[in-house]
Design a protein around this ligand. Sequence first.
Ligand code: ADP
Length: 271
Amino acid sequence: FRAIATNLFDENQALLGTVIVVENIGEETNEKERHAEFVSSVAHELKTPMAGIKAYIEMLLDGDCEEEEAEELYGFINEQIDRLTRLVNSMLNLARIESGVVEIKRHDCELNDILKSAADVISPNAGEKDITFTSELSDLYLPVHVDKDMLGQAIINLLSNAVKYTPHGHEVRLRSRMEDNTAVIEVRDTGMGIPENSLPHIFDRFYRVPENNRSAAGTGLGLALVHFIVTNVHNGSISVQSVVNKGTCFTVTIPLGHKEQKKKKQLASPV
Ligand code: ADP
């Protein structure tokens, strides 16, 4: 903290009082540090595919590749460009939501409707991998005051990870229930799991579990976005439990209640 004190005098130079301005410069420094850290991780993430593209192009320019080899190199270049595109799109999406450029449109909604739409998006992906995808949604009406597109996107990210990091023929399950004054959503899979030492980093930007990503394409930004949407935008919580080779369960909680009910509750509560 930084405090600046200024004495105030009247026209006869008599002391009227002292104004003390206390600034939380720690927060400002943290913000700057976080920004610098983000820029340096972005630069690092972009450098890897760019270095790959350059190396492959140099090999092609050398000119002594067989046709088959050249075709393979074009394929690699194409993959790296796809990776760059995914990275840039995910970074823009995250930055726009975090910086508040994207307007948050909260409405009174029913949570199971949002979950059903997310399930419809993911079902075909699960089908392609012969994954048994089941939804066990609460029979109760779950009223929430949320941005349904953003929350839907967060659930889609969790479900698509569950499908991506689960082998053919396994299971993914989406559940909802009511607990006290919150709605609880569970996305569970019987896939490869996350090692214990990776769990503390799983919501960090660009973090990818080294053991899980030999073949799966991704950016390491999906869960950072989910975390932001759940905690910062919707005042909810997210946690993860996982056992390697057994599976993973992400649990999201969202406060229950429609805006009108919340207002009535506030009016009814004693002052
Ligand atoms: P990515 O684009 O790499 O999928 P995410 O931020 O969505 O990035 O996830 C970060 C990392 O967490 C993934 O790279 C993967 O290693 C791990 N992960 C996420 N969900 C699961 C899951 N359901 N099962 C196993 N590992 C997962």
